[in-house]
Design a protein around this ligand. Structure first.
Ligand SMILES: Cc1cc2nc3c(=O)[nH]c(=O)nc-3n(C[C@H](O)[C@H](O)[C@H](O)COP(=O)(O)OP(=O)(O)OC[C@H]3O[C@@H](n4cnc5c(N)ncnc54)[C@H](O)[C@@H]3O)c2cc1C
Length: 226
């Protein structure tokens, strides 16, 4: 249950976590020199208070370590979130697998409106099929060029230049609940790109399972990080 499949070939796996709601209340109560071993109703109220008043630091004494497999263009958006630690599969040291993101038919979309206020609408079936076929052909040609260069003895770090942002990558991401909620507020949101949003939904489900009271307070606070 700590692994959620995302898109056709990706996943979010909560590899390890040191995270619970009690750490939030105890981090707040250390100011008064007290500590509790179990949550009660008053503690739930305290978490709501901390969230509402934006006392953010008690939400930092925890850690979630995720293992993620996603297209490079999704990771490129993800790593903009600076509060957290990343390590990624190296295209210099390892041969990158032939695995690419091809959107499902219903995810091939057109953008309508102005920059900053786009809406995205499904294209007709014929266009969707043509798009998928064009992507597959382009991916196959890129990967064939990559493999031909490797066969010629070209270094992986040089040959990888021909690989597109739709190829799959893997990384570890370690993050605390405060930065995680900031990520969710921006990426599990209407204006986020659909693909990273699917990953953010998986991250949110895993976060909710570990810190349900904090998650509820996040929702009640309008999905805004403290
Ligand atoms: C819908 C959407 C569209 C986007 N479009 C673009 C785009 O067109 N071009 C583009 O370049 N980026 C774009 N971004 C990325 C965006 O600008 C942020 O880089 C990204 O969302 C990370 O947010 P963050 O800085 O809050 O997160 P983090 O880096 O994790 O930071 C968390 C919080 O820590 C604090 N913080 C971190 N670093 C600093 C700092 N140096 N100084 C002060 N406070 C800091 C801030 O309070 C910040 O909110 C987009 C993001 C979204 C969600």
């Amino acid at each position: 249950m700590d692994r959620i499949d995302v898109l056709a070939d990706g996943f979010v796996h909560l590899d390890s976590a040191m995270a619970d709601d009690l750490s939030v209340v105890n981090a707040a109560r250390v100011s008064f020199g007290t500590r509790r071993d179990a949550m009660d109703e008053r503690d739930e109220g305290l978490i709501g208070f901390l969230m509402r008043e934006r006392h953010g630091t008690p939400f930092e004494h925890n850690a979630f370590r995720f293992h993620v497999r996603c297209p490079i263009f999704v990771m490129r958006e993800w790593i903009r979130h600076r509060i957290g630690s990343f390590n990624e599969l190296s295209g210099r040291y390892a041969k990158i697998d032939e695995a690419f993101y091809v959107p499902a038919l219903e995810d091939v979309r057109t953008q309508v409106g102005k920059p900053g206020a786009y809406t995205f609408e499904a294209v007709d079936m014929e266009t969707a099929e043509r798009t998928r076929a064009a992507m597959e052909a382009s991916y196959a040609a890129s990967y064939a060029a990559y493999e031909a260069m490797l066969a010629d003895g070209v270094a992986k770090e040089v040959a990888r230049s021909v690989l597109p942002v739709g190829i799959m990558t893997e990384f570890w991401w370690t993050v605390n609940a405060r930065a995680l909620m900031n990520f969710l507020s921006l990426r599990n949101a209407e204006h986020a790109q659909r693909e990273i949003r699917r990953y953010a939904e998986a991250v949110e489900a895993l976060f909710e399972a570990r810190m349900p009271v904090t998650h509820r307070a996040f929702l009640e606070h309008g999905r805004s990080a403290p």
